[in-house]
Write a protein that binds this ligand. Sequence first.
Ligand SMILES: *Cc1c(COP(=O)(O)O)cnc(C)c1O
Length: 375
Amino acid sequence: MGFDKNDKDVRHLATRAITAGRPVRTSDSPLNPAISLNATFTAGGPIGYGRFGNEGWSATESAVSALEGGQSLIYSSGMAAISAALSLAPWGSHIVASNQGYSGVMTLLNEAQSSGRFVVTFVDISDTGAVVKALDGADLLWIESPTNPALDIAELPEIISAAKERKLLVMVDNTFATALTQRPLEMGADVVMNSVTKFLSGHSDILMGSLSTLDKNLYQALDSFRKINGSIAGPFEAWLALRGIRTFPLRFKQSCESAQLLAERLQAHPKVARVRYPGLLSDPGHLRAQSFMATFGAVLSFEIVGTAADADRVCENSKVIMYATSLGGVESLWERRRRWPSESASVPETLIRLSVGCEHVDDIWADIESSLATI
Ligand SMILES: *Cc1c(COP(=O)(O)O)cnc(C)c1O
């Protein structure tokens, strides 16, 4: 960890998730960091004030770094992290971003475009040629892959190196994939963002975001921005996030395995028109995903045969799967994405996004079958 690209930690990520962020080991030292509830600190030290630092943040940040590489900063939410990352782009910057993605980011970029803060070129990130073409003359690439909720796959290694050749600042939202699937800093990205709210914390009980970078100057700029902007994480949230990260690799492994099985079963279901999951042989992103991703992830989406109201009914009738937005928790969640007015019009009205949790896969499947039987 740290800013050294060649600083290779040989231990597996599953081990690092458990060993990182522990207090210094001495007789009777605690295994876990304390929850430091302090707004201010005695003068003379490196922290000074509660908006500038907290020992609990540092522990969580080193655990995020153990997974993504580089040095990390945590924020009050994923969107706070994204706002901080985009603060690195000067007024008038030309940004290339995918035309589909997390709706909060889409709204932020559209508003930044209409206020004149940024010029944004939206591209289909699964079309590598079109993305590379859009990079010429641009300043920053914001990329999310797989995309939310369409699950399109960007050819990340190629796109990142094309962007770096053209000297763009490259930022990757790794929330869906996680570090267990792909490590964008190793591919040359400048900043990796995670909504820690999702898989990393894993229990749908906190909001948090993180940024990781190998670049000391970017880190310092982000650290100063957080101090001034004030979008800091609470000490208790930081503690819960670290506790969640301990079991993240285990949870994610289970969820990915179940997602594969469920995607296959859904594909054969007569009331399902289409399934998107990169682990399916028939998925347009399958071969590309297989070439550089270590997992196919734990989120899938499917379109039902029927109307939007039918899709809502399916979600309302589940008993094991919770009917709620978000993803990445131990509990499976689903929803019809277009129930949100902010969702992109290119997302089909009957598309249900399913975040696969850690319940027994047969119980999740039985729940899906009985919910689909209500239409
Ligand atoms: C949830 C999410 C975000 C935003 O994170 P919050 O913690 O909700 O602010 C950003 N990107 C993706 C892909 C997400 O799923």
